[in-house]
Design a protein around this ligand. Structure first.
Ligand SMILES: O=C(O)CCC(=O)C(=O)O
Length: 379
């Protein structure tokens, strides 16, 4: 299918989806109560729908810094997965890190749908419209390791308002999960097929609507329904969904009738429950989306759990492992404090009293931040 045909096919789906999204009552400015927890109206709306759009959370000056580091990273991307050079023949960025920074795909494709990748959690494939003949053979789809590849990314990870949201939803002893920067460049960005993120706890006797945590997305550009993430409201409460059947019941179409776009502007921050059914379509629009995506869990969900997704099945997340990965949050908080000294620093309960040991320094960068994503806590 041509990109222009795909855009046309999406048209009425998008306008209906936008209307449904506006009626949900789950977007607006960030508000906390007197205890510093998310305002009840917001947490109620989050638990009712499975997601929330916080408007204007990140200051424009910070967005500018984040964008400029992202642009530099995109310029230094290898021409393909594993290639040593960027498009200008220079050494590609980030080859010294243990895990590859960049994941590239052919334009407008769906790399995971219908494959076994990531525990097979994307069972159906999205439409892959034809890209323009002038498009590059491969485009950046994801960049990994936000806290080690961009100073502004490390500082964002220590943002007090975001960490207060994490503490409100997952408890003061919340633990980090992983991060991924989703890049959807105009006319070439790929799709992410319908899926629920969580993979380990569906049959747990303790299963509930929050057991697989949630993901933030910090939006660096204004998004549109063509470029943004879509969510089916309320699905975080339904348990494991038979996605194949759902798509089949929709005549095989990926335009699921109840889904809504998570449209957001630059500086907005979205949260999506990791059990909510969500996807994003091939970006045939003229809009850029860069979503800095990072998640948090309840400690009880992670402690004693076995590795999944990016992590090996043999790994068991014990106290030491959780502490190791959580130190990244502490260093990020200090990196932020050093850069924004007038901001009120977030008090991360599991690290209270260890702030000195976990200051942002060259030594701690090597010890805690370098290759921190080898220790992600994926469930
Ligand atoms: O942002 C996207 O397009 C996909 C994000 C996603 O699927 C996820 O965070 O699990």
């Amino acid at each position: 299918m041509k990109a222009s045909e795909y855009r046309l096919a999406q048209k009425s789906y998008i306008s209906k989806g936008e209307a449904r999204a506006l009626a949900l009552g789950n977007r607006g400015p960030l508000r906390f109560d007197q205890q510093g927890k998310l305002h009840k109206d917001i947490s109620d709306a989050y638990w009712r729908t499975g997601f929330y759009v916080f408007e204007n959370v990140i200051d424009p000056a910070e967005i500018k810094l984040l964008r400029s580091e992202i642009e530099a990273l995109l310029e230094r991307a290898p021409v393909d997965n594993g290639a040593l050079e960027d498009a200008q023949g220079r050494p590609a960025f980030g080859q010294e890190f243990a895990r590859p920074i960049y994941s590239l795909i052919p334009p407008l494709t769906d790399p995971w749908g219908g494959t076994d990748a990531l525990n097979g959690r994307h069972p159906t494939q999205m439409t892959q419209p034809e890209s323009d003949v002038s498009a590059p053979k491969k485009v950046v789809f994801i960049m990994s390791g936000m806290c080690q590849i961009m100073d502004s990314g490390l500082r964002l990870y220590g943002h007090p308002d975001l960490l207060k949201i994490a503490a409100s939803i997952n408890g003061d002893d919340f633990v980090p999960y992983n991060d991924a920067i989703f890049v959807k460049q105009p006319g070439v960005g790929g799709s992410v097929s319908w899926h629920q993120d969580g993979v380990t706890h569906w049959n747990s006797p303790r299963w509930d609507q929050g057991i697989h945590g949630f993901n933030f997305q910090v939006q660096l550009y204004d998004t549109s329904p063509q470029s943004c993430l879509w969510v089916v409201p309320g699905t975080h409460k339904e348990g494991k969904i038979d996605i194949k059947q759902k798509v089949a019941e929709n005549a095989g179409s990926e335009f699921l009738p109840e889904a809504v776009p998570l449209s957001a502007a630059a500086g907005d921050v979205t949260i999506v429950n990791r059990q909510a059914l969500h996807a994003s379509f091939a970006n045939t629009s003229a809009d850029t989306r860069v979503s800095l995506t990072f998640g948090f869990h309840r400690r009880a969900s992670v402690l004693g759990a076995q590795g999944a997704l990016s992590q090996s099945n043999d790994e068991v997340y014990d106290e030491a492992r959780i502490d190791r990965r959580s130190q990244v949050v502490a260093v990020a908080i200090d990196a932020r404090q050093q850069f924004y000294p007038n901001e009120v620093r977030f008090q991360y309960f599991p690290m209270i009293g260890r702030e000195g040991q976990l200051a942002h320094s060259a030594e701690n960068w090597e010890r805690v931040i370098r290759d921190y994503n080898l220790h992600d806590l994926s469930i």
